[in-house]
Ligand binder design. Structure first.
Ligand code: GLC
Length: 432
């Protein structure tokens, strides 16, 4: 086995707790929703029972209404802010009685993760039997989204907080934050005791993040109230692509399991509507890329980010449109002096190459990009994405994010021994 893979396995072993994985020692001491999914993919290559356990634990924290929270606080830890006593998920009448969590979610990756486990697992019968025990929970989660978060009934769901996007402090949100004027809260951050403050969001940015949660808490995390009142309400192409990809995976898996025609029909209905609206509403001909729509302020956010290319993974664009998209990708993000794929448009003035989601390369987005390019047979671009990703990790280590500029001799930032970086490197090393 390749040395890099051995190292990756060791990281995942070290970050394993009792039934789930932490994203990163110190910095992120609990279970995160989309991290969990990517981690399960890595685990599946060397320990399928841990992969199953990771997902089982996540789904065990599902609320009665189908909602799955973004952080599950399995243990008491005062090394993280904002923790369980701040989020107070029990304000929601249908919240889990068993686990404390946040009252927001993260991109719905679990559906396609189940399909990945099926693809990777050697004992197909065993893994399908496992999937049969959990798949309805994922279906219920999709039902929750379409029922509560598709307020225009167009098959596109909203996120109400930048943390729900997974791309926490992307410059995409700057315009929205300008419309807000939150109080200056008093609180003690913990992230900056683990990571250099210049690589993390600012205090003022955190005031905005907390303010949105304050509004949601005031209304006991009620979806209708949030849709009505949250200053942040966005249709995110990344989030919706993950939902659409996961719909597709659920259809494939239900067909394998059999006897679930009604659910398959419902999923197909959602799918058709979602893909249609996605292409109609979220593609900018001017920019040659998919972009975000700000529902609160009724306007598009006209910026290209790594999220713009995730629809490839979900099979959303036509072949023709995919070519336009890949052209934009290579022109803006794929220059010779850059590693693929910066999280934000490197030619934009808001690009900050060292700062979290304002520019650095993230390995989960690269994995999604690689898979998307492959699906549309962009072999060279897929190969380049894979090689750039492996080079970054080999050269700098298993960091949380990386500088896209090739001339840098130190380019790994944020948390170290980061779980999804390890998990998806294992995944990429196994891709042909
Ligand atoms: C950061 C990332 C988010 C991730 C979390 C845990 O908040 O922005 O996407 O899920 O860390 O790794």
């Amino acid at each position: 086995m390749n040395e890099l893979e051995k190292e990756a396995i060791k990281i995942l072993q070290n970050n394993w707790r009792d039934g789930f994985s932490i994203p990163c020692e110190g910095l992120y001491p609990f279970q995160w929703k989309w991290d969990s999914g990517f981690i399960a993919i890595g685990l599946a290559y060397f320990n399928i029972s841990k992969a199953k356990e990771e997902i089982t634990t996540l789904l065990d924290a599902q609320w009665e209404n189908g909602f799955i929270p973004h952080i599950i606080f399995h243990n008491e830890s005062d090394s993280y802010f904002p923790g369980p006593n701040y989020h107070h998920s029990d304000l929601h009448p249908k919240a889990s009685k068993k686990y404390k969590s946040t009252g927001m979610t993260q991109p719905p990756v679990t559906g396609f993760v189940l399909e990945e486990l099926y693809r990777i697992g050697k004992d197909k019968k065993d893994i399908l039997q496992y999937i049969e025990t959990v798949i309805d929970k994922v279906y219920d989660n999709h039902h929750y989204f379409y029922k509560n978060r598709d307020i225009l009934n167009e098959g596109l769901v909203y996120i109400y907080h930048n943390w729900e996007s997974g791309t926490d402090n992307s410059p995409l949100w700057d315009d929205i934050f300008k419309t807000m004027n939150p109080p200056k809260y008093t609180f003690e951050r913990r992230d900056t005791t683990h990571v250099d403050a210049s690589q993390r969001p600012t205090k003022r940015e955190y005031d905005h993040y907390l303010h949105i949660i304050e509004i949601a808490k005031k209304h006991r995390y009620n979806d209708q109230k949030i849709a009505e009142l949250s200053p942040f309400l966005v249709q995110d192409p990344l989030f919706n692509s993950m939902l659409i990809k996961s719909n597709q995976s659920l259809i494939a898996l239900y067909n394998l399991i059999g006897n679930n025609q009604e659910k398959v029909n419902q999923l197909k209905k959602w799918q058709e509507k979602s893909i249609h609206s996605f292409n109609k509403k979220l593609f900018s001909k001017k920019l040659g890329a998919y972009i975000h729509y700000d529902l609160r302020n009724k306007k598009h956010l006209e910026y290209i980010s790594s999220s713009s290319f995730t629809p490839l993974f979900a099979g959303i664009p036509s072949k023709e449109r995919a070519s336009v998209l890949v052209k934009t990708l290579m022109q803006k993000f794929g220059k010779k002096n850059l590693y693929l794929c910066a999280s934000f448009d490197p030619s934009n003035e808001r690009y900050e190459p060292k700062k979290y989601w304002r520019g650095p390369v993230w390995i989960n987005l690269n994995w999604i990009l690689y898979k998307g390019l492959k699906q549309y047979s962009f072999e060279n671009e897929a190969q380049r994405t894979k090689e750039d990703t492996i080079t970054l990790v080999k050269k700098f280590g298993f960091y949380e994010y990386f500088d896209a500029r090739k001339e840098k001799d130190k380019a790994g930032y944020g948390g170290h021994n980061f779980s999804w970086t390890a998990a998806l490197i294992i995944g990429l090393l196994h891709e042909k």
